[in-house]
Design a protein around this ligand. Structure first.
Ligand SMILES: Nc1ncnc2c1ncn2[C@@H]1O[C@H](COP(=O)(O)OP(=O)(O)O)[C@@H](O)[C@H]1O
Ligand SMILES: [Mg+2]
Length: 265
């Protein structure tokens, strides 16, 4: 018990250096949560904000791959661990960097929570304007336990435009509310696909559902990100797509500006 209390205090101490925490949530996996987390963090850093990215998705820690830092080593001493410097103003850390590659995490219950608490408590953040946290997907035990560690956090919900996904996103909004997080809004990802040959818009997973769901839940709609091959490639080669200058990155930057407008100042 004493040890857990110490860890809680350590996390609280570390989080004192962070101005705005933003947890990225989704009702289920595979909707683009990590893609949004990585590109949002990268975009904020490009704007000059001191930004940290904490990959807290224990079972699918994909942040290092998407940032191209999966071969980096973590350094630390008795005072804590250093996050990896990814780009100017951007540091990131992931449990994946401490685990053996491709080995699934099979800790159970209390051990798992102690490990994740220790991990979050040991990372040293210097003064940060933003800390983006990629949470495990869904609204179960794991995202719940981790979200509870992030006091006064904001939340962004990522969804795809289908009906089932939207049900999940409503659940995610309620989850954030129950944890007293401030819901900044919903992002609709994989919203429509523009045919590269004829330019026609094809709504593979429908479109507009994120906005409708935002209205119903009385939260802001932050914008939509289309399905695009460049996003897949960017994720695979570890270079955030927001680094490019094109239609997609412009659309994403508009979302970032909305978030910035709601939090900065
Ligand atoms: N808008 C998009 N267009 C095309 N592919 C996408 C888009 N968003 C995400 N992806 C791809 O879908 C997969 C799942 O995305 P990811 O961000 O890992 O989801 P999650 O973290 O919610 O599980 C990844 O391969 C990613 O590159
Ligand atoms: Mg993910």
């Amino acid at each position: 018990m004493e040890r857990i209390k110490q860890l809680d205090e350590k996390i609280e101490e570390n989080m004192k250096n962070v101005k705005h925490k933003i947890a990225i949530l989704s009702g289920k996996g595979g909707v683009g949560k990590t893609t949004v987390a990585v590109n949002l963090a990268y975009a904020l850093a490009m704007k000059g904000y001191e930004t940290g990215l904490l990959d807290a998705d224990i079972h699918g820690p994909n942040v290092p791959k998407m940032l191209g830092i999966e071969h980096e080593n973590i350094y630390g001493d008795e005072n804590g661990m250093e996050a990896i410097k990814v780009a100017p103003h951007l540091k990131a850390i992931s449990l994946a960097l401490m685990l053996e590659k491709d080995v699934p995490v099979i800790w159970r219950g209390p051990l798992k929570m102690t490990a994740i608490k220790q991990f979050i408590g040991e990372v040293k953040w210097e003064n940060l304007d933003f800390l983006i946290v990629d949470l495990p997907p869904g609204t179960g035990d794991e995202p719940l336990s981790i979200a509870q560690l992030l006091k006064d956090s904001n939340a962004i919900i990522v969804t795809t435009p289908q009906d089932v996904a939207l049900l999940d996103s409503r659940r995610a909004v309620n989850f954030a509310r129950q944890l007293n997080m401030r819901v900044i809004g919903i992002i609709e990802n994989m919203s429509g696909f523009k045919c590269p040959h004829c330019g026609k818009q094809i709504n593979l997973f429908k479109s507009g559902g994120g906005e409708q769901s935002a209205k119903e839940m009385n939260v802001d709609f932050l914008g939509s990100v289309p399905i695009n091959e460049k996003i897949v490639i960017a994720g695979d080669i570890g270079k955030p797509f927001v680094n490019e200058r094109d239609e997609i990155s412009e659309a994403f930057m508009k979302i970032v500006e909305k978030i910035e407008g709601k939090l900065a100042g």
